[in-house]
Write a protein that binds this ligand. Structure first.
Ligand code: SF4
Length: 191
């Protein structure tokens, strides 16, 4: 397996990265060769917020020597393709499904073009997200490219949820109080 991990933010990705690195090492593989992180988050509504979150994933991935590939940031395109007509949808509603699908399709395309055969994401590690929606979006994305399989693992299980929270504290991560788009501001959820 050569894995591409789509990352939505460092708080959601920390325990996943740590676990994957450990598992690859146990197989005798160098995590820096077995996987890379794909940062594709045009859902984030302003550049300052985007850069804050990006800095944290870069800092954490460096500890493991894992490459972070940054996708183009284009919130205008995200608004046009994902949010238009869905502005009033609640979290876990149709806008979120299309948001996951938008980002995961970009990740699947990158994976197919760059020698990765498996794709997963940190998106569903937050309890505020719908696992079913993330899984549907991932399967849909991988069905649109050749040679990339979707890995719909439940990253909340196996002790990863408490470890997620420990790493947030250990690393003193910037931990945002809204999901990312302007429509999620003021809601109680976190990414
Ligand atoms: S609330 Fe989060 S997942 Fe839903 S559309 Fe906004 S950024 Fe995307």
């Amino acid at each position: 397996m050569r894995l591409l991990l789509h990352s939505c933010c460092a708080p959601c990705s920390g325990a996943i990265i740590e676990t994957l690195a450990k598992d690859f090492r146990a197989e005798g593989r160098d995590p820096s060769e077995a996987m890379a992180i794909f940062w594709s988050n045009s859902n984030i509504c302003d550049r300052q917020e985007y850069d804050k979150r990006k800095a944290e994933i870069l800092r954490y991935a460096k500890l493991f020597g894992i490459e972070v590939i940054e996708d183009d940031y284009d919130h205008g395109e995200w608004l046009a393709e994902v949010a238009r007509g869905r502005e009033d949808a609640p979290e876990r509603g149709p806008r979120c499904l299309e948001c996951f699908a938008y980002r995961l399709l970009r990740a699947a395309r990158y994976a197919a073009a760059n020698g990765f055969d498996t794709l997963t994401t940190s998106l569903a590690s937050s309890r505020w997200k719908s696992l079913e929606q993330v899984d549907e979006a991932g399967r849909r994305a991988c069905s649109q490219v050749d040679g990339v399989q979707w890995w719909g693992r439940n990253w909340r299980k196996g002790g990863l949820q408490p470890r997620r929270n420990e790493i947030i504290k250990e690393q003193n991560f910037y931990n945002q109080t809204f999901c990312g788009c302007e429509f999620s501001k003021g809601l109680i959820s976190r990414n």
